[in-house]
Structures are given as structure tokens and as C-alpha cells.
Design a protein. Structure first.
Ligand SMILES: [Zn+2]
Lengths: 302, 289
């Protein structure tokens, strides 16, 4: 993992992103929001935020690791592989084949990368979703990695940061997928008991069973500008109510306005905001340690 | 855990879709039918104390056997008029927040919680999103994961996705023989994965949403038999049978001390999921190959 962070940046390392930008065959990309043609290197230097309109493009889980201190990340639970518990087959393809194709295409075992790293020197556990792997739908591996990340954070006495994007529970794993909502939430009880915070970042898009479980009961909820966040999909709602939904419905700003999240933070400020938050919890722990050592000293047991 | 040989209970061979149709039968007994038949001195409690009172979720205090319990359930109607009023058992956020408030009430007074699950899903509309449907469901799930009182949940009709899970995390999960519990409605799954909502019967079969499937997958604790032909043909018998089984499970979980109960609940949900975990060496060889 260390080679991903050859370059250090003030707010956010984009080494991994820039590396991809060096692929010569498409030097220009079109912004899906404003239709501007952007020089790819400029886009990646800007953390995949459109320099013209500020549209936040999707990041892979590995790109998100640039949020951490350079070289600080060590991946965990890489051995967890998905299975096909229901023997799920549709006329198009079986779940088993879909998994294999997604694995080959993305180089990931499933939709989550988990591990331990640091931000400005504060160590934390991390779980990041990757939308390019089956829409980051939450199946058993997704749930297990997030649950272990929470338990690991609890054991180590460190905060948990989750970066969440998902189309919802993975239908191909049926109710087993649904139960991951309860499983991750269950594991977060350990983190709460350890007195450590869960900071959830919601990025575009985040829907269904993922939104309706652990991220929305996090201690701090942050969303990226313009990210689509909701429970039911827009198309489903429009079908049911038989009318168009207003512009801006189910965006990060909508969530903020309705009191569901703490803040909307642009990508280039995210690392600084996280660092500041983490310092608060860390400072609290330092003062606790200080108080404990003073008490021990007062009792004659230094 | 009791196993019922369903083939002998009623001499039928039913497809998953047959079960879906039975689970949705409007004449099936609904939550309040169970509460009124199985409990005494039911006092319905209303409102979420924040926004409103959602008729799609009912709950209150009731005497179940010698115990006072808190009951919570999705409430469908048996006719169109009642269903309109109950929104077909599809709660808005205030329904889940009413449920949450009643869960806390059960915890505060040390009363066991009985939940009846019967919803096509949480209501998907504009107002629900504005009022925080995702947050309301997430808070219920969170509360149930460590609620300091025993919880027995029974799926009595449709267990529709997150909207069902929100009131069915607990120490025991029972399902009636013709009840279903699914990550998505067969119609929704069919329109996404089959690109044709009419393929819902195929989706129903693939999703493994029947009580029998979910017992085999170790998601639920018991399949509770229904009268021949389904609960709607003999509601009284269906109610009595489920009542006996809830009673038996409640006796068991109430006999366990609270820390042990919570530990077991943790282990129950923590172990849910099917994945492979390879050793390092093996993994390297897999990656090479
Ligand atoms: Zn743009």
C-alpha cells in the first residue's frame, strides 16, 4: 500500500489518482455535471472535483486512502471473500459469475477496503466503500469488514472513520445482506462502549440499507457537496407519487437542511475537518490520561 | 429449537410465489388481531412526540399471560378503507419513531418486547425522505441491538426489507409458515435484475424469502405452522398457535440474565453472513493462479 503515497500534499494526497491520470489514451474527460471538457491531470490534481463547476466525481476506495497520512495505511481483512449463499441466478448471469467479473475488473475482493491508518498523526480504523464493485451493495463481506473495523477500533481504543457509498443491500444475498445492517450496527456498540467516535462520510451515491443503518447513527455525519443521499431511490418515489421530485431533493444540502447530517464539506477541506475533529477526541483522551497519572501519583503509585 | 415437518403439517407443495400471495392475503390476521386475541388489558399508546401518530405502526402495553409486555407492530388493514388509513402497513418516519419510543419505554420499565412484522416496506415518498426515513430506521435498529430487555419478533405476513428489520432485531425471530421476509420486494428485484416486474415469481424463488428458506439459512429461529390453506382460512387457529410459540420463546429469553442475553444477541447478529476467509499463503496462490 505504501507505494500509493509517494507524494504528500497539504490537504489530501492524490498520488494514486495522478498515477491513473498518466494513462495516455484519454487525456481529457467530460464533466458529467457541466459538460465541460477538462484536462485529466488538472481534474485529478483537484481531487476529482470539476475545476469549472465543483462537481465531486466518484472516487475509488483506493483513491480515498489518499485522505490518510502518507504511508500510514495498513490494510486488514484482505482474506475475506464473498460467496454465493443462495445460489442466485438471473437470466443474465449468476451471482457467482458477476462476482468473478467484478473482482477481475476492479482488482478488489468485494466492495469495501478496511484497515488502520492515521490523519495528522491520529491513528484510526477505516472502512471505505467502492461504488465500482457492484454498486458497493452491502453483502456479507461488506458487513463483516465494517463490523471488524468497528470492533478493531474498539479494541485499539481509536476512532472509526467510514466512507460510505452504496446502492443498498446486495439483493443477490437476500436477507443475509439485510442482516448486515444489524450486524454492523451491533459491532458499533463495542465502539460506543470504548468511548470512541464513529465519523461517517457520505459520498455520492448513498442509498437504501446502507443509509438506513450504521452511517446515519454515527456520532458525526459529513456529506460531500451535491452527493445524492436517501433511503428510497428517486425513480421509485417518482413512480409512486406520479410527479417529478424537485431539484436538489435527496442531496447532501437537502440532508443538512432537514437536520439529518452535521455538515457538508468539500473534498479539498475534508482532511482538515477530520483532523480537527480527531484532535478534539484525542485531546480528551490526553487529558484523561493526565488525570489518571496524576491520581496515581497522588496515591503514591506513580 | 423445534422443527416442524411442514410437508406433513399440510400436504401441499407451495412455490415461493404461492407463499408471497398468502403472506399478502388481506384476510390474514394482522397485528391488532393478534394483540386483542392473545393479550388482555391492551392500552394502545400513540404518537412519536416529535411529529405525529402513524397509523401504520401500532403499539402499547398489554398483559400477555402473567407478564406485562410492550407490543409493537406494523398494522395493515383488512379492507381498502382501512388499508388507506393504515397506508398498507408502510410506515413513515414517525411510525418508526413511535416504535423507538415504545422500545425505550419497554427498556425503562423492564418489560419484554414483542414485535409483529407485517409491512411491504417503509413508505417511499417525498415526505418520508424529508423527515428522515433512513435515520428513523437506523435508530430503531440501533436501539434493538442493545435494548436492555428481551425481544421476541414474529413475521406474520410480509417482512419488507429495512422497514421490517427496523422492528425485528431481537433475541428470537419467528416466522409463520406462509410469511415472507425479503431484502427487496419480488417485484422490485424482478424489475432490476430481470428487467421485468412480471418475473416477480422467479425473483421470489431466487431471493429465498420463505420461512423455510430462512430457517435453513439460520436467519430465523422457528417456522410456526399455520392452519391448512393458510392463516386467512382459520385466523383463530393461526393466532393461537403463534401465541403459544411466542410464549414459549418469551419464557426462555426471560429466564436468561440480561448481560448474557445481550451477549447472545450480539453473537447472534455478529455471526450473520456467509463469506470465505482464506489464509495468507492460500490467498497468494489464489492470486497467482
Ligand atoms: Zn463540471
Amino acid at each position: 500500500m505504501k507505494e500509493l503515497f509517494r507524494r504528500s500534499r497539504k490537504s489530501f494526497s492524490s498520488a494514486e489518482i495522478t498515477e491513473q491520470a498518466q494513462i495516455p489514451d484519454d487525456l481529457w474527460v467530460k464533466c458529467s455535471a457541466c459538460r465541460e471538457i477538462i484536462y485529466k491531470k488538472q481534474l485529478y490534481d483537484n481531487l476529482k472535483v470539476c475545476p469549472k463547476c465543483g462537481h465531486h466525481m466518484r472516487m475509488s476506495a483506493h483513491e480515498w486512502l489518499g485522505l490518510l497520512d502518507v504511508g500510514s495505511f495498513s490494510e486488514t481483512d484482505v482474506h475475506l471473500l464473498p460467496t454465493d449463499p443462495l445460489g442466485f441466478v438471473t437470466p443474465d448471469e449468476s451471482y457467482a459469475i458477476k462476482l468473478k467479473k467484478s473482482q477481475q475488473r476492479t482488482g478488489m475482493a468485494d466492495a469495501v477496503v478496511a484497515g488502520v491508518g492515521s490523519i495528522n498523526g491520529v491513528v484510526l480504523a477505516l472502512g471505505v466503500g467502492d461504488f465500482s464493485f457492484m454498486g458497493a451493495s452491502m453483502g456479507s463481506v461488506y458487513g463483516e469488514k465494517m463490523a471488524r473495523a468497528a470492533e478493531r477500533a474498539a479494541e485499539m481504543g481509536i476512532p472509526l472513520l467510514t466512507i460510505n457509498t452504496s446502492g443498498g443491500a446486495r439483493q443477490q444475498e437476500g436477507v443475509i445482506a439485510l442482516m448486515q445492517m444489524a450486524k454492523v450496527t451491533m459491532a458499533l456498540n463495542r465502539l460506543a462502549a470504548a468511548g470512541q467516535p464513529h465519523i461517517a462520510v457520505l459520498v455520492d451515491p448513498c442509498y437504501g440499507g446502507v443509509t438506513a443503518s450504521y452511517p446515519l447513527v454515527a456520532d458525526i455525519i459529513i456529506a460531500e457537496p451535491g452527493a445524492n443521499i436517501g433511503f428510497a431511490g428517486k425513480r421509485l418515489i417518482e413512480q409512486i407519487i406520479r410527479q417529478k421530485l424537485p431539484a436538489g431533493f435527496q442531496t447532501a444540502e437537502f440532508m443538512l437542511e432537514h437536520g439529518m447530517i452535521d455538515m457538508v464539506v468539500p473534498r479539498n477541506e475534508l482532511r482538515d475537518v477530520l483532523a480537527r475533529l480527531l484532535r478534539h477526541y484525542d485531546r480528551r483522551r490526553q487529558s484523561e490520561r493526565l488525570a489518571a497519572s496524576q491520581a496515581a501519583y497522588a496515591n503514591g503509585r506513580p | 429449537m423445534e422443527q416442524h415437518d411442514l410437508a406433513t403439517v399440510n400436504q401441499e407443495h407451495l412455490t415461493a410465489w404461492d407463499r408471497v400471495l398468502r403472506a399478502r392475503q388481506p384476510q390474514r390476521p394482522h397485528t391488532l388481531d393478534y394483540v386483542f386475541a392473545l393479550c388482555e388489558e391492551f392500552v394502545e399508546l400513540h404518537g412519536d412526540r416529535r411529529f405525529g401518530d402513524d397509523p401504520a405502526v401500532v403499539g402499547g402495553l398489554a398483559a400477555f399471560g402473567e407478564r406485562t409486555v410492550v407490543v409493537i407492530g406494523h398494522q395493515k388493514g383488512s379492507d381498502t378503507r382501512e388499508n388507506m388509513r393504515r397506508n398498507f402497513g408502510m410506515p413513515h418516519p414517525e411510525g418508526y419513531r413511535k416504535a423507538l419510543r415504545l422500545m425505550r419505554h419497554a427498556e425503562k420499565f423492564g418489560l419484554p418486547l414483542i414485535c409483529f412484522v407485517d409491512t411491504p416496506g417503509a413508505n417511499p415518498n417525498k415526505e418520508s425522505e424529508e423527515r428522515g426515513q433512513a435515520n428513523a430506521i437506523a435508530e430503531c435498529i440501533q436501539a434493538m441491538t442493545n435494548l436492555r430487555t428481551p425481544i421476541v419478533a414474529a413475521v406474520i405476513g410480509e417482512g419488507g426489507s429495512g422497514g421490517a428489520l427496523a422492528i425485528s432485531v431481537g433475541d428470537r425471530i419467528l416466522m409463520q409458515e406462509n410469511a415472507i421476509y425479503s431484502v427487496a420486494s419480488p417485484e422490485a428485484a424482478a424489475s432490476i435484475l430481470w428487467r421485468d416486474a412480471a418475473r416477480a415469481p422467479d425473483a421470489a424463488s431466487a431471493l429465498k424469502l420463505t420461512a423455510q428458506d430462512l430457517y435453513a439459512l439460520e436467519i430465523i429461529d422457528e417456522v410456526v405452522p399455520e392452519p391448512p390453506g393458510g392463516a386467512h382460512l382459520n385466523p383463530q387457529e393461526a393466532i393461537t398457535t403463534l401465541g403459544e410459540r411466542i410464549r414459549a420463546h418469551l419464557d426462555e429469553v426471560c429466564a436468561v440474565d440480561l448481560p448474557t442475553l445481550l451477549e447472545r444477541r450480539y453473537a447472534k447478529y455478529r455471526s450473520m453472513g456467509r463469506y470465505q476467509e482464506l489464509a495468507d499463503v492460500l490467498l497468494r496462490s489464489v492470486r497467482r493462479g
